[in-house]
Design a protein around this ligand. Structure first.
Ligand SMILES: [Zn+2]
Length: 489
């Protein structure tokens, strides 16, 4: 049974759904597109950060805006200010646990085709369908405002928060979180004197349920290693009518080696591709079995192309196995015309999604060795150059921890009529998770998504359901109570 304080909190959130939605509308209206380097747009990103700072202040949080310096573009400093990171703290009770919350205030651009509302920055609230359409609604302004709703409820009701809270809100997430890693490192190193001192657990709400029904908790993220493989040889592009049959062709060589990386069943073919990846345990299989997921739902989106009709195989393919995808070839003569060019230089783009204990460095060494060996078997006189152009580590958290017990019991309390929460790993990555994991080694990290699988973050018609926003705000608050009640030994 929820305590009186919890019941008052839940009631306050329900009673204030209207003003909370209005506040989300206010936040969405701030065009905080971090990827746009136009100084006027950057002002909006900074305005969003300061808006957040003021909200924290107004609900009793000690908070400040920490400048992160100037933006660096292509290795060169510009005079464009990075938006400040907003950090805050409330509660200094040594007898209580300390929860660190992360979220981001910036959004993707909204110039995609397919928006059905006139202005993506004017949140469209449709009480009939229960959907709120607008850029940033679900990624990540809705979840961030969920925390503000929790703070407001406690402040207005005169209730003490059940835990000490620490906040870290950035506004460059959609642009590589420039400046944030260094800030977190420095702040964490301050120990008890810093904003991240004595943090027992971290909660990030910046991803989505697997489907549109069942709330989820995320305990893992895949890493990435992105490669460019460039084959060159001829001094210039050549005409196939003149030179076809007379020279080694870069495209032929590139396709030959790229085709040896992965087969049509999704198996990665180079030596060591699965090295040290733990084999699946019965316990883990049971975890996948329990997830509310059906391959037909996947195929509703992808079309009838799933690698398997077996639910567990498909879930493992997305969550706990590495994968390799071929993305494209730069320098080809694409386009509809029947061009007869022999390109002089072509670059194949492909990437691997990684799982622990794989690292981009170890995969880079294996991929480079393999491609060079394969290239040598071709008997070509062209040249190959392999570069890993971007990378990120994978992450998996220990779920046998009170932080996960707390998240699960909070979801059950907030969504009593749903199936038990899905424990999932994301196929993609949220790099800040790694940064917290590395710099706060004593803190367990949980990802509690607010939005549904079909929210369409980054796409046209991004939306958040009203129910997810309101019940999701209750969930975040209930999580704090569950953390407070958790036995830590
Ligand atoms: Zn996000």
């Amino acid at each position: 049974m929820p305590s009186n304080a919890q019941q008052d909190f839940l009631q306050y959130i329900n009673d204030n759904a209207g003003p909370f939605i209005e506040r989300l509308k206010e936040a969405v209206a701030i065009r905080s597109i971090s990827g746009d380097t136009n100084p006027d747009v950057r002002k909006e990103v900074i305005r969003m950060s300061i808006w957040m700072l003021e909200k924290l202040h107004s609900y009793g949080v000690t908070a400040e805006a920490i400048p992160l310096g100037k933006q660096i573009i292509n290795g060169e400093a510009t005079d464009l200010d990075l938006p400040p990171v907003i950090v805050g703290r409330i509660g200094e009770d040594a007898a209580k646990k300390t929860v660190l919350v992360y979220g981001h205030l910036d959004v993707q651009p909204a110039n995609q085709d397919g928006w059905t509302i006139p202005d993506p920055f004017d949140l469209d609230v449709d009480t009939k369908s229960g959907k709120m359409i607008g850029r940033g609604a679900t990624d990540d302004k809705g979840p961030v405002l969920g925390w503000i709703n929790v703070l407001e409820a406690h402040y207005k009701l005169g209730l003490q928060l059940p835990v000490n809270m620490r906040f870290c809100f950035e506004a460059m997430e959609e642009s590589g979180s420039e400046g944030l890693d260094d800030f977190i490192k420095v702040e964490a190193a301050k120990g008890p004197n810093g904003y991240f001192g004595n943090v027992d657990c971290v909660c990030i709400s910046d991803n989505y349920w697997l489907n549109n029904r069942t709330p989820a908790i995320t305990y893992g993220l895949r890493g990435i290693a992105y490669f460019n493989a460039t084959v060159s040889g001829p001094r210039v592009d050549l005409h196939s009518g003149v030179y076809g049959g007379t020279v080694h062709e870069p495209m032929t060589d590139l396709i030959a080696i790229m085709s040896r990386l992965v087969d049509s069943q999704g198996q990665i073919l180079f030596d060591g591709a699965y090295e040290n990846v733990p084999s699946v345990t019965d316990e883990e299989v049971a975890l996948y079995e329990a997830i509310d997921f059906d391959v037909s739902e996947l195929e509703e989106f992808t079309g009838p192309v799933a690698l398997s009709q077996d639910k567990i195989t498909v879930l493992m393919g997305r969550m706990r196995n590495p994968s390799l995808s071929l993305h494209g070839i730069v320098g080809d003569s694409s386009g509809p015309e029947a061009q007869t060019i022999i390109p002089a230089k072509v670059t194949g783009k492909f990437s691997l999604r990684l799982v622990p204990p794989q690292t981009p460095e170890s995969i880079n060494a294996k991929v480079t060795k393999f491609l060079n060996e394969q290239f040598d078997t071709l008997g070509t006189r062209n040249h190959l150059d392999v570069q890993m152009v971007s990378s990120g580590l994978p992450w998996v958290e220990n779920t046998k921890h009170w932080n996960y017990d707390a998240a699960i019991s909070a979801i059950k309390a907030a969504y009593p009529d749903r199936k038990d929460p899905d424990l999932i790993r994301e196929g993609g990555s949220i790099p800040v998770t790694l940064t917290f994991a590395e710099n706060l080694p004593g803190a367990n990290i949980v990802l509690i998504p607010m939005g549904r699988g079909d929210d369409g973050a980054h796409s046209a018609n991004e939306k958040l359901d009203i129910e997810n926003f309101i019940t999701g705000s209750q969930l975040l608050g209930m999580y704090l109570y569950a953390v407070a009640a958790a036995e830590t030994n």
